[in-house]
Design a protein around this ligand. Structure first.
Ligand code: 2IT
Length: 444
């Protein structure tokens, strides 16, 4: 078995890079059949070339904290694959950032971006810097020091970073300010920018909104209405916020959000000003959700994950591998209808296998959360055209893109019994586009 051999060689070459190997393994298993039907792919070494990033920049980021102490962090940009367009993908500032985690994210991004129908290659970057407990001035100095290295490697048609965990509107502003100064140009090389300097309407909401548009399509294949359904959401950052907003607007009831400290259960539903309060919580920089429980008099479960609640829909919106096999069992025992990853690789491989085995509607991150990067692509288009689209125009395009991603998943993922294996569908559709582009462009 060719793909199995490639995987073994990769494990030997990159021992201990668990997240990266997990992401590669899932894709290779999904594409095995189509790969065997295309001997020209094997001859051209498509998989061997696709699983390794084009290049990784690693740099040191020295900066001075408010007490005058020198701090040193590590920064990275993984330029994974630009066969179908400029490298595109977020920057993550989080203590868990390692080359392995960024390689997994860059690999996933390559397929995700291919699914969006827009011409974007895959990239990812970030730092082990954590914004937790940092002052605004410290965040600014860190962002400037980070960009002092990164700016050389990016550009509007080369590599276009955006936000991810720990990198929101504030950080993008500081990063972009320094980029603009160093590059002596203002062409919108970062996305997720503020509306006053080239940002796009709907970009902050896009990952969550797109996720719910995808969930809507998934439920539709079963004739299920989202109205009145209960939803468990993890996380409380930008992605969880957008997902809560749209789920509530669609008539569903979001009953949980979570943080590193535990989760809150709000049986009345998180709606109205409670959704606005999520932004306040995030901006406090403390990275805890317990204050929500105090403020609204609901139950807080310290150190626990929301998957223990009985819900119809589960939406991981925090970080990779945040839902494991045991959580999957609990959700299935409690009769869950649909699980969709809005975080990247939110579920462990064992959890994914179980959902598919039990024929639960399961949507993988690279399809479900692609609305974020797709709207970044729309921001790039607006910047290149030197104009701004209205909220309705951007939202309509986002809708169409999510519908198209869902269709692609159905084409490649529908099983003889009618069950849609979205993991296989997304992986094969994304792979075929990148593989065809690589084939056409020769061995480079
Ligand atoms: O994981 C992702 O798709 C993102 N963090 C968004 C990337 C982007 O370029 O908007």
């Amino acid at each position: 078995m060719k793909t199995e051999n490639i995987l073994l060689a990769l494990e030997a070459k990159h021992p201990g890079e668990h997240e990266y190997l997990q992401a590669v393994k899932e894709v290779l298993h999904s594409i095995e059949d189509v790969y065997n039907q295309h001997p020209e792919f094997e001859k051209a070494g498509i998989i061997e070339r696709l699983v390794e990033p084009d290049r990784i920049f690693t740099f040191k980021i020295p900066w001075v904290d408010d007490k005058g102490n020198v701090q040193v962090n590590l920064g990275y940009r993984v330029q994974f694959n630009n066969a179908i367009g400029p490298y595109k993908g977020g920057l993550r500032f989080h203590a868990s950032v390692t080359p392995s985690s960024l390689k997994f994210l860059g690999f996933e991004q390559t397929f995700k971006n291919a699914l969006t129908t827009l011409p974007m290659g895959g990239g990812k970057g970030g730092s082990d810097f954590s914004i937790r407990g940092k002052s605004n001035a410290e965040v600014m100095r860190f962002c400037q020091a980070f960009m002092l290295e990164l700016w050389r490697h990016i550009g509007p048609d080369t590599d276009v970073p955006a936000g991810d965990i720990g990198v929101g509107a504030r950080e993008i502003g500081y990063l972009y300010g320094m980029y603009r100064k160093l590059a002596l140009e203002n062409t919108g090389t970062l996305t997720g920018k503020g509306l006053d300097y080239g940002g796009s309407l709907i970009r902050p909401e896009a990952t969550g909104f797109g996720g719910l548009y995808f969930v809507y399509q998934m439920l539709k294949t079963k004739g299920i209405d989202i109205k009145g359904k209960t939803v468990a959401i993890s996380g409380f950052g930008n992605v969880a916020w957008g997902a809560t907003l749209k789920a509530t607007e669609m008539g569903a009831k979001v009953v949980t959000i979570s943080g590193p400290d535990g989760y809150v259960y709000d049986p009345a539903g998180i709606s109205g000003e409670k959704i606005d309060y999520m932004l306040e919580l995030r901006n406090s920089g403390e990275d805890i959700v317990a204050p929500y429980a105090e403020k609204y008099g609901v139950e807080f479960f310290p150190g626990k994950r929301p998957w223990q609640q009985k819900v119809d829909i589960a939406l991981p919106c925090a970080i990779q591998n945040e839902l494991n096999e045991e959580d999957a069992k609990t959700l299935i025992d409690n009769g869950v209808t649909c699980v969709a990853e809005i975080s990247n690789m939110g579920c462990t491989a064992e959890a994914v296998d179980l959902f598919i085995e039990k024929k639960v509607l399961f949507g993988p991150g690279k399809a479900v959360n692609a609305g974020g990067v797709a709207t970044s692509g729309l921001e790039m288009t607006q910047n290149a055209m030197h104009l701004n689209w209205t909220e309705a125009e951007v939202d309509e395009k986002l809708h169409q893109i999510m519908k198209s991603i869902h269709e692609q998943c159905c084409i490649y993922g529908k099983q003889p019994d009618g069950y849609i294996n979205y993991v296989k569908g997304a992986n094969v559709a994304g792979f075929m586009k990148v593989a065809r582009a690589m084939m056409a462009q020769g061995v480079v």
